[in-house]
Write a new protein. Structure first.
Length: 148
């Protein structure tokens, strides 16, 4: 930690590093709720638009929290994700010129980690819907990889 602080002070001139140089949030007038909606559901940057299968995690949160051994870790990860979404909703959630949910990309592995109990609880029809959502995510990413 000390090396990071020293690096930030030496090269950026601020203990928080380059993030302290970001324009203040008053230049972006979407507000926190608008930013959250944009981060999660925007057609060009929304996490659940580009990875619709991840919607199964909040929809089946009861199953995700059912395992007592992992409940504490799951709650901690969930709280971290909520804080991350709120933090990024207060700045320019549009993320510049990127394809997909750039600010929330590192959240995807945590949400995928929460999927096994959801899949175990799904009926046959639910698994078909999940597979369709996963295939839609792949199709969207193919467009971004080859034609964006």
């Amino acid at each position: 930690m000390g090396l990071v602080v020293a690096y930030n002070l030496h090269f950026v001139g601020n203990i928080a590093g380059a993030y302290a140089l970001i324009d203040p949030p008053d230049k972006y007038s979407d507000g926190v709720l608008g930013g959250i909606a944009g981060l999660l559901f925007s057609p060009t940057h929304g996490l659940f638009v580009f990875s619709p299968f991840l919607l199964f995690v909040p929809c089946f949160l009861r199953q995700v929290l059912r395992d007592r051994k992992m409940r504490g870790l799951t709650i901690a990860i969930g709280c971290a994700m909520v804080v991350q979404v709120i933090f990024y909703s207060m700045i320019d959630w549009r993320q510049g010129m990127s394809f997909g949910p750039r600010w929330l990309t590192d959240m995807a592995p945590m949400l995928v980690w929460m999927l096994p109990p959801v899949l175990a609880a799904l009926s046959r029809a639910g698994r078909v819907v999940f597979a369709a959502a996963a295939l839609a995510a792949v199709a969207i990413e193919v467009v971004g990889a080859f034609w964006y």
